[in-house]
Design a protein around this ligand. Sequence first.
Ligand SMILES: Cc1cc2nc3c(=O)[nH]c(=O)nc-3n(C[C@H](O)[C@H](O)[C@H](O)COP(=O)(O)O)c2cc1C
Length: 389
Amino acid sequence: MRDVSFGQFQNETYFLGLGGTRPALPVTAAGLEARARDTLAPEVFAYIAGGAGTERTMANNIAAFDEHWLVPRMWTGSSAPDGRDLSVTVLGTALPAPVLTAPIGVLELVHPDAERAVARAVAPLGVGSVLSTAASTTIEDYAATIAEAGGAPWWFQLYWPADDEVARSLVERAEKAGAAAIIVTADTPGMGWRPRDLELAHLPFLQAKGVANYFSDPVFRGRLQAPPEESEQARQMAVLTWVGMFGNHTLRPESISTLREWTTLPIAVKGILHPDDARAVVDAGANGVIVSNHGGRQVDGAIASLQALGGIVSAVGDRADVLLDSGIRCGSDILATRDLGAKAVLYGRPWVYGLGLAGADGVTHALRSLLADLDITAGMAGISRFTEA
Ligand SMILES: Cc1cc2nc3c(=O)[nH]c(=O)nc-3n(C[C@H](O)[C@H](O)[C@H](O)COP(=O)(O)O)c2cc1C
């Protein structure tokens, strides 16, 4: 158990310095987004905030929570902050709360400290995180920064390149660096149709952003005529090599058994929305399924993650951990996913806005706001243990 409850943030705000201390940033996800819209460069804000097509799936991810309401219980003994326990064990990883930061690539767009800032924010809180393949910081650098900041469990998200030897190398690097699970993203065989980015003709990877894990990879480098650092032309050739292997159309549920040969770590598949797909990947050996539509960035018109959750829990919840990603914006959202059988959630865009606004402090602020809201709302709703006995 942690020394201080996550809800302590509320006391600090009201009581610190007796007259209270106003937070430097908004405490709501909507407030962080609005501040980021006013502050970040237009193409940067568009890249984070934007979704596929008409963005109706993105909107539906949030609206779906209006279809699921909590029925709070009273006098359960949950209202005392020191009596609450939000801890979970998911994919074999023990976490102080059912929240991990979602894998979000290209963080150098929003802040020069990128994933290092995330590492410095999650470690003191003990919060779990998922490092993207498309990170701006290498796997090894992220692992070292988390360790320096006190350590916290982290998972590695794999965009499985159309080159199995590069894929294997990335997975082996992650396992060696201390990742506790491999999350393979299934919903991105290519880039979705994203009007906001199209109108600004902005795809950061083409400027060699978000490619640190590839450019530092010995097998990827073996595919190049010249190291990317050698010249501008060599860098462009390396980007084109990346373009050639980003999309992988050969993956099938059975690919999980190949991945199983490369790693001893638990494996989860992210981006599943159909119960049959969940069954197929679990049959092939996945230990977990992350119900997700990639924040509405891939298939416009797709079902909201929350709407897909119950069916997937019914299909595989007895033999795999089911997590929910896409649309988490506040504490009660997490309690809704718990009602429907999710073990934990991934938290996405709001902390990225925090990063853009204030670096590591902004990520800390966004996470503490969410966790305090979860902690306090759970307590008021009569939930003293997140994991049901
Ligand atoms: C800017 C941005 C970059 C992302 N990069 C990745 C990535 O590299 N790998 C991945 O699996 N998902 C990626 N995602 C999807 C997130 O992991 C997560 O599914 C999504 O943010 C959830 O939606 P929400 O933030 O609206 O809750 C990205 C999302 C955004 C907004």
